[in-house]
Design a protein around this ligand. Structure first.
Ligand code: NAP
Length: 306
């Protein structure tokens, strides 16, 4: 990781992340490494001498509005938004990008012409490995999404952008699942969207060309759990992709099962890095940022080798 020798002065510009809690966010690690690389000679844009710092801000829900006003007062350039503010912040913004409207959540806010502009870079982050390393013709793809929470919304939007033939969302709570489906009514995404209960999963598995885990099953402390049984994983079609949004542990049980049956396994680390890189591009108004430095910083922080 870049050794950060930067000085914070009266000219240093402020970036950050708001959440509650936010102490465990990896975003400060990732963004400060990128900023340091842009200012200390490890990046092709080092000559810019970028003078920013990225700070985690713990904001309780009842303080969200006053915090945003305070950010405007002290000249914050932009910030990421994490749980529980991703939806609550929408009415406090002057503009919301089309993709954030589709997802119904904002994870990146920037200041432009004295206005707060919100967008969502999770979709871009989710799509990055699918559009690069694992790109293919998606028009015949059946995408199966496990879970129907916040991250599942970005995944539905991403699968629709890929042009998947069918998007099947599997949930455990019938009422929440129906609300999820209704929330897409009259949208382009709703065209190929179908909802199913967990007990219907075994019959769906053999058609799942792309299966995405958006549940927390497999995270600490229940690292031995997977949303699929070994037999279900073995029933995926050949060339299927198993994508887990979880980035630690790495690999999860779900991805270990995928590797055992020889399907493609993608972890959530690249999504995390690429949603961050997309946000940094917006704040710095640049087409390129040092993504490799960001990836390396997160991997090192998580104790991952290579
Ligand atoms: P969320 O809004 O709480 O949604 C979680 C979903 O999983 C809900 O539909 C929930 O169902 C379901 N679920 C939870 N436990 C389950 C279980 N035991 N069996 C079946 N379903 C279960 O959380 P989120 O914000 O979407 O995040 C989900 C996961 O994605 C987390 O692991 C998070 O770390 C990861 N994530 C990764 C990235 C990245 O950049 N890689 C970005 C965002 C999120 P109920 O509604 O019925 O509880």
């Amino acid at each position: 990781m870049t050794h950060d020798k930067r000085m914070i002065t009266g000219k240093t510009k402020l970036l950050g992340v708001i959440g509650y809690p936010v102490e465990h966010s990896l975003s400060p690690v990732m963004h400060n490494a990128a900023i340091a690389a842009c200012s200390t000679g490890q990046s092709p844009i080092a000559h810019l001498g970028l003078d920013y710092v990225y700070v985690p801000w713990t904001i309780e829900p009842q303080n969200l509005e006053i915090a945003i006003q305070g950010f405007a007062a002290v000249g914050v350039v932009g910030f990421n938004v994490t749980i529980p503010h991703k939806e609550a912040i929408l009415p406090l913004l002057s503009e919301i990008s089309p993709i954030a409207k589709v997802v119904g959540a904002v994870n990146t806010v920037s200041r432009k012409d004295n206005k707060w502009i919100g967008t969502n870079t999770d979709v871009e982050g989710f799509l990055a490995p699918l559009r690069t390393t694992y790109n293919r013709d998606w028009s015949q793809t059946v995408a199966v999404i496990l879970g129907n929470g916040g991250a599942a919304r970005a995944v539905v939007a991403g699968c629709a952008q890929l042009g998947c033939a069918k998007i099947l969302v599997i949930g455990r709570n019938a009422q929440k699942l129906e609300e999820f489906r209704k929330s897409w009514d009259n949208s382009l995404e709703s065209k190929n969207l179908h909802i199913y209960q967990w007990d219907e999963l075994p019959k769906i598995i053999p058609q799942a060309n792309l299966i995405v885990n958006t549940t927390p099953i497999g995270m600490y402390p229940k690292v031995e759990e997977s949303p699929l049984s070994a037999a279900e994983m073995a029933n995926l079609p050949p060339q299927a992709i198993a994508y887990d949004l979880i980035y630690t542990p790495n690999p999860t049980k779900f991805l270990q099962q995928a590797q055992q049956v020889g399907v493609i396994a993608i972890d959530g680390l690249e999504m995390l890095v690429q949603q961050g890189a997309a946000a940094l591009k917006i704040w710095l108004e640049r087409d390129t940022v040092p993504v490799d430095v960001m990836r390396q910083a997160v991997r090192k922080h998580l104790g991952l080798t290579s």
